[in-house]
Design a protein around this ligand. Sequence first.
Ligand code: B16
Ligand code: MG
Length: 207
Amino acid sequence: TMKGAIFDLDGVIVDTAKYHYLAWQALAKRLGFDFTEEDNERLKGVSRMESLRILLEIGGIEAGEVERLEMAEMKNREYVSSISKLDPSEILPGAREYLELLRGRGVKIALGSASQNAAFILSRLGIARLFDAVIDGTKVSQAKPDPEVFLAASEALGLRPSECVVFEDAAAGVQAGKAAGCKVVGIGSPDILHQADRVIAGLYELI
Ligand code: B16
Ligand code: MG
C-alpha cells in the first residue's frame, strides 16, 4: 500500500507548460526563429538549461556558456512575470481534492519537480501547506530521467521508494520514478507514458 505520494508539478498539479512556452517563444523570437508548440513538447519535465540547449539546437544557434546563462535568465524573468499572476483557479481538476483525500488517509505528500520556481508556484496556488516535503530544481543536481529527485523526495518523507507512488506527466519523469524504485502513475497519454504502472487522464479520476 502507498505510504507516500510524490507529485510532479507542471502537468500534474498545474499547467505551467503554457507559460514556459510563451517565455521560450519570446526568446526564440528575439533570436530570430520560430518556436512551435510541438517543439515545446520536448521541454516538458526537462531542466531549464537542458531546455535552452534543445531550443538553441532547434534554432541552429551556437552560444557560449555566459551567453546561455543570460538567455536562460531572460527566459526566466519573462516566465516569473507570467506565473506571478497564477491563482488557485489554475489548479488542475481534482488535484487539490486528491491531495486532501490522501492527507485524510495519512499518506505523506512530497513535490518532486525540476522547477526552481516550484515553491513560489505552490504558494501562488495556495496549496503549499498540503506538502510535507518539497524537492525541486533548487535541491537536486541531476535532471529527470535520473532518479535523484524522487529518491530525495522519498527520503525527505522518511520512506523507502517502494512505499511511494510517483505521479508524472512526462516520459522522462516516469522513467525517473521507475529508476528510483517507486510505483508510477502516468498522467496523460498511454502512448507516451507506457513505462508507467498505470496511466490516467488526470487526478480527477482518483477522487
Ligand atoms: P524552471 P516539472 C519542469 O517542471 C517543467 O516541466 C519544464 O518545462 C521546466 O523547464 C522545468 O520544470 C524547470 O523549470 O525554469 O522553473 O526551473 O514538470 O518537473 O514540475
Ligand atoms: Mg511535468
